[in-house]
Design a binder for this molecule. Structure first.
Ligand code: ATP
Length: 338
């Protein structure tokens, strides 16, 4: 093992830099070079980005652990879905004498890594870097904790203005097609309503609308209070804005707020920095032990490996315990009106 390639792919997540740093430091310890490829898989395919690839020095990763984003940049790369793209990526890896490729990303990036193996014989390892926390086999993904914290900070501020006006707000959160961010943030912000894939079905949209409208009116009349709904993106047709309009048609003043990309940015919290550091070291050690086709994971605070196929097989569901906890606390709140 002489040369490892590394790239960050898909949506960026706070802590990706910490993972890059950790891989470079661990590889340096074992006298292995790490070549950084830029702009996701484009760095293996597009000539102008292939040219940018370079051996990452210790100086390159100095002072980056606290930075959001990724020094290697990230991107979607549609060409990876084609035979020509995969072949071009394999050709670059061969030309650069890469023995193993580490990809920090989400399920899409790992699907690309699986596909690449039909064209390239080197070792491949995934490090779960996505704010969505939707990869199976790991308790948490890098970036999730920071995204949750960022959303909490934003909603705490929204709560102040919502309280001042006794107003309803609908806050749309990221998560693609999983409710990890929405449920965790909803609980932590004491949101009056959490709407996510786990507790909402589109067939019941009309009924849900009527129920929520009734609850908001009640909250405003009886408790003179604000009312915050957190809602997962891609859940309600038309998103938070459409839901706000529909509630307004029911006579409720409310404001939609899409938090959007703010959730991806910012300095990673301690949990993400530490997780990324542990995973980076584990990835290099796994490569030295000839492991391939795996994702580095953490289960019950211990590093482990699971196959890439298992990691992406089915999105990790929000635990029923968490869903129940949110519903129980809502029921208790309604009873005590606090
Ligand atoms: P996140 O969910 O956090 O945004 P992700 O890794 O799931 O991260 P995607 O946009 O789904 O993000 O995928 C990133 C890249 O992985 C794609 O742009 C593409 O280059 C590659 N990829 C995704 N799916 C495939 C596939 N089926 N075959 C080959 N490559 C793929």
């Amino acid at each position: 093992m002489k040369r490892i390639g590394i790239l960050t792919s898909g949506g960026d997540a706070p802590g990706m830099n910490a993972a890059i740093r950790s891989v470079v430091l661990a590889a340096h310890h074992y006298h292995i070079d790490v070549v950084g490829f830029y702009h996701g898989y484009n760095g293996l395919i597009e000539p102008e980005y292939v040219q940018q690839s370079k051996v990452l020095t210790l100086a390159d990763v100095n002072g980056i652990i606290h930075c959001g984003g990724t020094i290697l940049k990230s991107a979607r790369c549609p060409k990876m879905h084609t035979e020509q793209g995969l072949q071009a990526a394999a050709d670059t890896l061969a030309a650069e004498n890469i023995d193993a490729l580490v990809v920090v990303g989400g399920d899409g990036s790992f699907t690309g890594l699986i596909a690449l193996q039909a064209y390239w014989q080197g070792q491949v390892i995934g490090i779960p870097g996505t704010i969505d926390n939707d990869l199976a086999g790991t308790d948490f993904t890098i970036g999730f904790a920071t995204a949750v914290n960022t959303a909490i900070e934003a909603i705490d501020k929204i709560r102040d203005t919502a309280d001042a006006f006794e107003r309803a707000f609908i806050v749309e959160l990221m998560g693609r097609h999983s409710g990890h961010i929405t449920f965790n943030v909803g609980i932590a912000c004491a949101a009056e309503q959490v709407l996510s894939f786990e507790n909402f079905s589109p067939q019941h949209a009309t009924q849900t609308l009527v129920t929520i409208a009734k609850e908001i009116k009640q909250a405003q009349q009886e408790r003179h209070s604000s009312y915050i709904i957190v809602i997962a993106e891609n859940l309600w047709q038309g998103g938070a804005t459409a839901l706000a309009q529909q509630l307004q048609q029911q006579g409720i003043e409310c404001t939609a707020c899409v938090l959007g990309h703010i959730q991806r940015g910012g300095s990673p919290v301690a949990k993400d920095r530490i997780l990324a550091t542990k995973m980076g070291v584990a990835a290099v050690q796994a490569l030295i032990s000839s492991k391939s086709n795996i994702m580095i994971a953490e289960q019950h605070s211990a590093m482990c490996h699971i196959t890439l196929a298992e990691a992406i097989k089915q999105g990790k569901l929000v635990s029923q315990q968490l869903v129940d906890a949110q519903q129980n606390i809502l029921a208790l709140t309604a009873q005590t009106q606090c």
